[in-house]
Write a protein that binds this ligand. Structure first.
Ligand SMILES: Cc1cc2nc3c(=O)[nH]c(=O)nc-3n(C[C@H](O)[C@H](O)[C@H](O)COP(=O)(O)OP(=O)(O)OC[C@H]3O[C@@H](n4cnc5c(N)ncnc54)[C@H](O)[C@@H]3O)c2cc1C
Length: 408
């Protein structure tokens, strides 16, 4: 059996590992634009100079050799023929497959604002090569503007501030981390970033750019006309699934590559997993999808049921937060919150069930909330303050490892 995997990220590597465990004899080829396997979640540690490029790898140095996997690194696939079961690389190679996994992840989205897309000093932060280019340019940059204050934008800001750089962050929402946190939780981080020297422009959009003779953006112009001088711009305004060249016959591309419950695309024997499938944009889900797709590729029919699970863990300046499920409550939801000097907790209840939770400062009972949300357990009969739930409220763990709920 000839297995081909496009991508050496969270999904692709997990798929390769799973195939090797399941099929000791099959031939596995991984093809990736990346020349080095790395964790995107650790790119800020590279920017802050706390980690080298090598030390943000998440596999052993002999991973490919040990698992008898052929890795074609630094190769980009730009065409698929799902009828002839062949993939084509930009540099003219053709590779046949019996089973194919597309795990090409996502690319930074650079909005068509002024000359952001053409300028030499504008970068997304998605790949190690982006971080390396940013790091190089940051050496001589005094003013760095970051567009977007989600996790990626703040990762970039944090990493660069650790090296002593001055950063200004533009965010069109009225708060930072608008997808992850509510205003109260976000403000705790804003204060810490500001104390460390960052400037925020909240409720503002980047509307235009001023350019210098070298083809660099020298100023970001905001929608109120204000100008922020800059030598380097990082755009962290969202991503798009990396689907270029993946439109082989049968493959349907919407927000990402459409897959069924077994992560198979509309083309027979072609699967997709991770950010490219657009089901979620986080590391553990990409891994789970890689594993599930691999099992199906090996003929072990396994459904991917975990389509839920928006879960984010945030840690800047030693303040940790976890948010699971719904962030913005609907009018008819019940919101229970408590804040003191050490922690902030907020729970959103809809129709008697928890649909979202935000923990800040102390995330030690995160597993309980995740369980309640995922399994849609009614909390209507709880006799105590819901914010005080702890592991003692579960009387045991079932044989399959699930918590046994004590109060239903
Ligand atoms: C800065 C940053 C911080 C993050 N922090 C967190 C975090 O704290 N927690 C969390 O859960 N998630 C985080 N994420 C998201 C997480 O990294 C992704 O969800 C995860 O990497 C997705 O894995 P993937 O395998 O789908 O794609 P990727 O990891 O992006 O891997 C895609 C692979 O495909 C290859 N590729 C792409 N196109 C082609 C092509 N045409 N031909 C050949 N190869 C190709 C690439 O080279 C790469 O090897 C972060 C992301 C970024 C960018």
């Amino acid at each position: 059996m000839q297995y081909v995997i496009l991508g050496a990220g969270a999904a692709g590597i997990m798929a390769a590992k799973t195939i090797r465990k399941t099929d000791a004899q099959g031939e596995i080829t991984v093809i990736s634009t990346d020349t080095q396997v790395h964790s995107r979640c650790m790119l800020h540690k590279f920017l802050s100079h706390e980690r080298s490029a090598e030390s943000i790898s998440f596999i052993d140095a002999d991973f490919f050799e040990k698992n008898k996997i052929n890795w074609l690194k630094g190769k980009t696939v730009n065409k698929l023929d799902t009828v002839k079961k062949t993939v084509f690389t930009e540099d003219g190679n053709e590779i046949g497959y019996d089973k194919l996994l597309i795990a090409t992840g996502a690319e930074s989205f650079i909005p068509p604002v002024g000359k952001l897309r053409e300028a030499n000093n504008v970068f997304g932060l998605r790949h190690l090569r982006d971080a390396q280019a940013i790091d190089e340019m940051a050496k001589n940059a005094e003013n760095i503007v970051i567009i977007g204050s989600g996790l990626v934008g703040l990762d970039a800001a944090y990493g660069l501030m650790e090296t002593g750089k001055k950063v200004s962050i533009v965010e069109m929402a009225e708060q930072i981390l608008p997808i992850q946190l509510d205003k109260t939780g976000a403000f705790e981080y804003q204060k810490r970033f500001e104390k460390a020297g960052a400037s925020f422009y909240l409720g503002r959009k980047a509307a235009d750019t001023l350019m210098n003779d070298e083809g660099n953006v020298s100023c970001i112009v905001l929608d109120n006309g204000e100008e922020i001088p800059c030598d380097l711009v990082i755009v962290a305004a969202g991503v798009r699934s990396a689907v270029a060249g993946m439109d082989g016959e049968g493959i349907v591309i919407d927000r990402g590559i459409k897959v069924d419950d077994y992560l198979e695309t509309g083309a027979k024997d072609v699967y997709a997993a991770g950010d490219v499938a657009g089901l979620s944009g986080i590391w553990p889900n990409a891994q789970k999808q890689g594993e599930t797709a691999a099992l199906n590729m090996c003929g072990k029919k396994t459904a991917y049921t975990d389509r839920y699970a928006i879960k984010n863990t945030i840690n800047f300046f030693g303040l940790v937060s976890m948010c699971i499920g719904v962030i913005v409550p609907e009018e008819t939801d019940t919101v229970v919150a408590r804040e003191d000097s050490k922690e902030y907790k907020r729970v959103i209840i809809r129709d008697g069930k928890v649909v979202g939770v935000l923990l800040q400062g102390d995330i030690s009972h995160g597993g309980i909330w995740q369980y309640l949300i995922k399994n849609q357990i009614s909390v209507e009969n709880i006799q105590k303050n819901i914010l005080d739930l702890n592991f003692g409220d579960f009387y045991g763990i079932k044989e399959n490892g699930e918590y046994q709920w004590n109060m239903s």
